[in-house]
Design a protein around this ligand. Sequence first.
Ligand code: GLY
Length: 463
Amino acid sequence: MFPKETYIQRREQLKTRVRSGVVLLLGNGESPMNYAANTYPFRQDSTFLYFFGLDQPGLAAVLDRDEGTECLFGDDPSLDDIVWTGPRPLLRDRSQEVGVMQTAPGKELGQVLSEAARQGRIIHTLPQYRAENARRIADCGLRIADSRGDIPPSPALIRAVVEQRSIKSPEEIEQIEMALGVTTRMQTAAMKMAKPGVFEYEVAGAMEGIMASNGVRPAFPPIFSVRGEIMHNPYYDNRLQDGDIAINDSGAESPLHYAGDITRTIPVGGRFSSRQKEIYAIVLNAQERAIAAAAPGIEWREVHRLAAVALMEGLKELGVVRGDPQEAVAAGAHTLFFPTGVGHMMGLDVHDMEPLGEDYVGYTDTIRRNPEFGWRYLRLAKPVEPGFVITVEPGIYFIPALIDRRRAEGKCSQFIDYGKVETYRTFGGIRIEDDILITPEGCRVLGPPIPKTIAEVEVLASA
Ligand code: GLY
């Protein structure tokens, strides 16, 4: 954990932002795989970790803004728990480690909240992404659910949490760099392993092993696939063949659960073909231009647009695209090749704070999400600030179903040579991703350098 003062200060800041009422923050419980005692690895809720640091299941906290009190709710292990899973520190002792002086048994949470509700006090909650936690709130007898069964969360609390978690402190950056240290080992190991005849699952498994042997877990399920045009391909069943390119989008968590998120594209067999080199160089140029543009005050949607223009300029040189690249992007032609966003906030979650609502995290009252295909996947659009950690991950993807649809519609045919696009039909995709910190002067790429130029990647891939 961070020092106790970190958590105390974070909660103090939260209390100045949320001016009145009762703040309820729920930790996560265990999540069963196939029966109650056989659980997925425990992952604490990130906002709970941020304010309390306690990485164990079954906790909840109430910050009473009006009374100035803080209380952690949870249960000490029973004798049965001790027999089966071993002794654990008492909640009273753990809560003192993070500066919370009051504790109560878990079953008292409902009474405290019901009493606050009975008194007509505001109870601030966050959106719940786990059914058990939504149920816990419902069971407390609060204003239960809207017509969809959702608990109405508190915009004031969401905004306060987003403001705080968006700005990473030096100790948080240190954690992200630790995550990236392990991620670098995963990435370089994958480059060396990606040889013809190897199955994707062997490489994914080796990366999981690197994380496990460093005592950490994945920030998200690793994506390792020769079908790189599928953004979040969860399968590892292909056997690598000479001439393939494999996308490796993977990242470890740090010991305190901060994410790393890096993508490299690897030539199976050690050498990119000339066609692969051409597309790779375009993506790398777009990524470098996006990183060069990243500085306080720039709207991230503008960085996305700049990256898209760079991609279109490169594709124009190959004859895949024609016309003015700026106009092509304004018309949405780029979304045929680049339907994703150029980057997202990263921190305790790899898509940081996504459960709180992407529009709270990445948009403002005046910068609204563009609902057009491609643009709508952009998770961050607003001006960036020192302390933001963001991924920069442009890519070029040839998605057969999308090509077919667009060609049939004749969409943007003034900008796209569909005949030429057809020659890339089985190409796959190339993505290059780094994680940056916005600094007062511009930005800094986080983590150890990971081979990225064509020459650097080929050296490792052919080792
Ligand atoms: N790197 C995985 C993701 O951003 O979703």
